[in-house]
Design a protein around this ligand. Sequence first.
Ligand SMILES: NC(=O)c1ccc[n+]([C@@H]2O[C@H](COP(=O)([O-])OP(=O)(O)OC[C@H]3O[C@@H](n4cnc5c(N)ncnc54)[C@H](OP(=O)(O)O)[C@@H]3O)[C@@H](O)[C@H]2O)c1
Length: 231
Amino acid sequence: MGKFENRKAIVLGGTSGIGLATAEMLRDGGAEVIAGSRHECAIDGIDCVQIDVLDRAALGALFAKHSGFDYLVNAATGGPRAIGPFLEMDLDGFQNSFAKLWGYVNSVRLGVPQMSPDGAVVLFSGYPARKYRPGTLAIGSVGGSVEAFIHLVANEISPVRINGVCPGLIDTPMSTLEGDARREYYEKGTRGHLIPRPGTAEECAAGAIFLLENEFVTGTIIDIDGGAIVT
Ligand SMILES: NC(=O)c1ccc[n+]([C@@H]2O[C@H](COP(=O)([O-])OP(=O)(O)OC[C@H]3O[C@@H](n4cnc5c(N)ncnc54)[C@H](OP(=O)(O)O)[C@@H]3O)[C@@H](O)[C@H]2O)c1
């Protein structure tokens, strides 16, 4: 019997990268999994739904339909994020980068009241929240907000637990680069890290699975970053 037998999980942003890997691990552990994202998709053994995490009415309806569900994972990036030097940054782009936070907040606010009391939530921040990287002021500010939200809201949604994974540089479809350009991007981006390579979606998803499973963990963040933050 799988460790997630008789459990139901909703994984938003569950059709690509880290979210997809998490959805597949939950499925392989025996959970009933619903994966949501904006584009149509099909994944073996997973119920895929088209949903935008910024659409509160649609999110509310999804959670109501699956009332009593156990796990909420939200890995949705929300939309385009602004990258580049802060003093040259388009301010609308900076502001729009917070779509990720709004998607996370929407899902916790609307999802938790429909969850089982022994349920658990996992969100994703990102290492620019606590480690300066040129060009990532917007992303880092969003990640920092996600981490603050997790620490604080844990008090108000207990006994439902909430935790975060803080990924380092992870090789996922988030980067659209190909071939040599992709290799160079990850090589350059991880050169100074203690483990000088990008992480895999599965390595990151394993952190989410730990946080869902371990019933003595709430309000915290685990770094899965190849030592990026401590260098
Ligand atoms: N990869 C990294 O290096 C890295 C580093 C630090 C932090 N993170 C964080 O880790 C999380 C997962 O990243 P990833 O690399 O796995 O990204 P990814 O491969 O680009 O996947 C993002 C997923 O989110 C969905 N999505 C985006 N906007 C959405 C919206 N408005 N509504 C619903 N679904 C939406 C996408 O599907 P649709 O486009 O079909 O909607 C896709 O399924 C994100 O929070 C990201 O910021 C990643």
